[in-house]
Design a protein around this ligand. Structure first.
Ligand code: UDP
Ligand code: MN
Length: 312
């Protein structure tokens, strides 16, 4: 069976424990709060869509801003670490490699490139995740009863740095290798899930839903479907909230699923301009929260220009 990474996962929990005790001085500073490490990235090549790279840059800046404000480590990956796992599957070999390379990190947070953090003040409640190892935004009934591919979103999730995660990722990745396996797993996913296009090759989100249902007894007790806050949020549901400046608690994350700003193959159900405007709005909305400390704000939420907060 396909395995992620070259080395088999050994007794990672024990190894990591030893590493942490050997490096206790370096880790002493804020040992009480769990350490979060953000992983994100995009394809090695330039975006084919006009202004796609510009949107990626703004979206990257948004993530850097969040990480700087919250003392979160981050890595932006533009390499395909495993040629069998290209496209959206590339996140899995990346997380696998980062877990081994960063034993100091307690949790990894994968975020898609087309996702904007729209509440820069929000802190992920890692200390509340107790025995859970994987936290994904989603709904129990949509996943387990409806068997819907949209029951959760794999564009933003938290994974604990532990041996369980290595085992789970191997299983998850088994539907990913390109070619025959990915074609076949796409058919299995479409037959099993109720709302998936029949001819799509296997994708990571469908694979996650599939294994969560099929192997619930093996993995279920360690996976939390979070919905108390927007660890992920669908942009079409949220732009209204962003525009309404009376909103006291903005959505944490606004994900531009289907907009495909880099490839340009956006979902035909909404216009390219609608996506574009909403992305700009979300980026400026978030940027205003950062600019505030410099004494500036965007002239309007759809303006690239800024003005001083207090005019003299
Ligand atoms: N991605 C990557 N390298 C690639 C292709 C995709 O790191 O070569 C990441 C990127 O962050 C993207 C995510 O994988 O947002 C999901 O990919 P998908 O093709 O589903 O794009 P999206 O739906 O997010 O636009
Ligand atoms: Mn996405």
């Amino acid at each position: 069976e396909y395995k992620l990474g070259r080395r088999p996962s050994r007794d990672w929990d024990a190894e990591r424990k030893i590493w942490l005790s050997n490096h206790s001085q370096r880790n002493h500073a804020d040992s009480s709060s769990p350490r979060l490490f953000m992983l994100t990235g995009s394809q090695p090549e330039p975006c084919p869509a006009e202004q796609g790279d510009h949107l990626l840059l703004k979206s990257f800046k948004n993530k850097v801003d969040y990480c700087m404000l919250h003392g979160v480590q981050m890595y932006y990956n533009t390499a395909i670490l495993d040629e069998n796992m290209d496209g959206f599957w590339s996140k899995l070999p990346l997380i696998r490699a980062a877990m081994e390379a960063h034993p100091e990190a307690d949790w990894f947070w994968w975020v898609d490139s087309d996702l904007v953090i729209t509440d820069m003040a929000f802190e992920i409640p890692l200390h509340e995740y107790g025995d859970y190892n994987l936290v994904v935004h989603g709904w129990e009934s949509e996943v387990f009863e409806k068997k819907s591919v949209l029951g959760l979103n794999a564009g933003s999730f938290l994974l604990r740095n532990c041996a369980w995660s290595f085992r789970f990722m191997d299983r998850w990745a088994s539907m990913g290798p390109k070619g025959r396996i990915r074609t076949l797993s796409g058919r299995i996913q479409s037959a099993f899930l109720t709302d998936r296009s029949p001819n799509d090759p296997g994708d990571d989100q469908s694979a996650l839903v599939y294994f969560m249902i099929k192997e619930r007894r093996t993995w279920g007790d360690k996976i939390l479907l979070e919905r108390r806050y927007n660890l992920n949020g669908y942009w079409l549901d949220l732009v209204g909230e962003l525009l309404d400046n009376r909103t006291t608690a903005p959505p944490f994350v606004t994900h531009f699923s289907g907009c495909q700003p880099c490839s340009g193959n956006h979902n035909p159900n909404y216009g390219k301009q609608q996506c574009r405007n909403a992305m700009e709005l979300a980026l400026n909305f978030a940027d205003n929260q950062v600019l505030k400390s410099l004494g500036f704000r965007h002239c309007t939420l759809n303006s690239l220009n800024v003005e001083p907060l207090i005019s003299v």
